[in-house]
Design a protein around this ligand. Structure first.
Ligand SMILES: Cc1cc2nc3c(=O)[nH]c(=O)nc-3n(C[C@H](O)[C@H](O)[C@H](O)COP(=O)(O)O)c2cc1C
Length: 171
């Protein structure tokens, strides 16, 4: 593994966080990384909600079966097709927003923060709950939440490379 790519391998899902606020400036850095992502025809359909209010966080955390972790911040990743710069976002918003999410997760690792992708789309119940708690208009899609904060668990860097998954020239 080439050490120049270490940050890719160091990014792991972190589910235990220090009880410590995450500085707004770090959150903004993460969002800059998110909005540097590629998107179909550069349509950039994304919007983000940053949640740091403990009451809002605990509402989300208590209602998420797979998201009961003590992160001090959550970023909801949304697609708003009415502000997308290209029509292709109608078909590609999931990929576009996913690229932004991965950028944020890797950026978090680069800033020595921990993060984890909490899935919403295509689970309607989870998506509806997030719409309700964060007062998101109905026509805006929710892809996921990203929990982020200072990590209180360590995981080893790794690839999950499997030679047999790779085909060359033909299947
Ligand atoms: C679409 C998607 C949905 C996920 N949803 C959750 C989730 O709801 N809760 C959670 O703890 N982890 C969730 N994860 C994180 C995965 O469990 C994690 O990425 C996987 O186990 C690999 O571990 P790693 O991230 O440390 O490499 C999700 C990841 C993806 C890509």
């Amino acid at each position: 593994m080439d050490p120049r790519l270490n940050i890719i391998y160091q990014r792991r899902s972190i589910r235990v966080f220090e009880h410590r606020e995450l500085e707004e400036e770090k959150i903004k850095e993460l969002l800059q990384a998110g909005m540097a992502a590629p998107s179909a025809s550069n349509g950039q359909p994304w919007e983000f909600i940053v949640v740091t209010d403990p009451e809002q966080l605990s509402k989300l955390q208590s209602k998420l079966e797979h998201g009961k972790y003590n992160a001090p911040a959550a970023i909801a990743v949304l697609a708003n097709l009415s502000i997308a710069k290209k029509e292709s976002s109608i078909r590609f918003w999931v990929q576009d927003c996913s690229a932004a999410v991965e950028n944020i997760l890797i950026a978090a690792a680069g800033l020595d923060l921990g993060s984890v992708w909490i899935g919403a789309y295509p689970k309607e119940d989870v998506s509806n709950m997030i719409h309700e708690v964060l007062e998101i208009p109905e026509d805006i899609h929710v892809l996921n939440l990203i929990y982020v904060g200072y990590p209180a668990e360590e995981k080893p860097p790794r690839t999950q490379y499997e030679e047999e998954r790779v085909h060359w020239q033909k299947y």
